[in-house]
Design a protein around this ligand. Structure first.
Ligand SMILES: [Zn+2]
Length: 157
């Protein structure tokens, strides 16, 4: 750790299209981005239209509104750390005033573990959420170990 101040990356600046990005970003739930990363795959459950009158946000626990609260998944490769290293970033985003986005940033050197991380608390006992599957499918197009893991997953689901 250094005492140097880090440049915060605003949430709206987190990348959504494949490519290389410099990121310095702390996850609330541990983990952080610090360096240059290749975005391999991105998935989001965000939808443009609200499912309720927009004078107020959708209540928590009520009918889901994916314009108010949604999930983003990023699969990235740290470019400073050598090959076959992955970062999985999961964000519970919210546009509702007063609510914080929850970030989870986990690193692994195993493509298979990327899939397990994407499964979240239910692991692989249930099919991957569509948002995670979208990110993995995109990442599988440009990364061979992830492609093998994706093919295996599709074969068993
Ligand atoms: Zn809404």
């Amino acid at each position: 750790m250094t005492d140097q101040p880090t440049t915060a990356v605003a949430e709206h600046e987190l990348p959504e299209t494949p490519g290389a990005y410099d990121l310095v970003f702390d996850g609330f739930a541990g983990g952080r981005f610090d360096g240059r990363y290749d975005l391999l795959g991105f998935g989001t459950s965000h939808r443009a239209g609200h499912t309720h009158p927009t004078e107020r946000p959708a209540p928590r626990g009520g009918r889901k509104c994916l314009a108010c609260r949604w999930t983003e998944v990023r699969i990235m490769a740290p470019l400073d750390d050598g090959p076959d290293r992955y970062v999985v970033h999961t964000a519970g985003r919210s546009e509702v005033t007063g609510e914080k986005t929850l970030h989870r940033i986990l690193e692994t050197d195993s493509a298979a573990e990327v899939v397990v991380i994407l499964g979240g608390s239910s692991g692989l006992s249930r099919p991957l959420p569509q948002t995670a599957l979208d990110a993995l499918a995109q990442a599988a197009e440009c990364d061979e170990p992830l492609e093998r893991a994706y093919d295996l997953l599709i074969a068993v689901q």
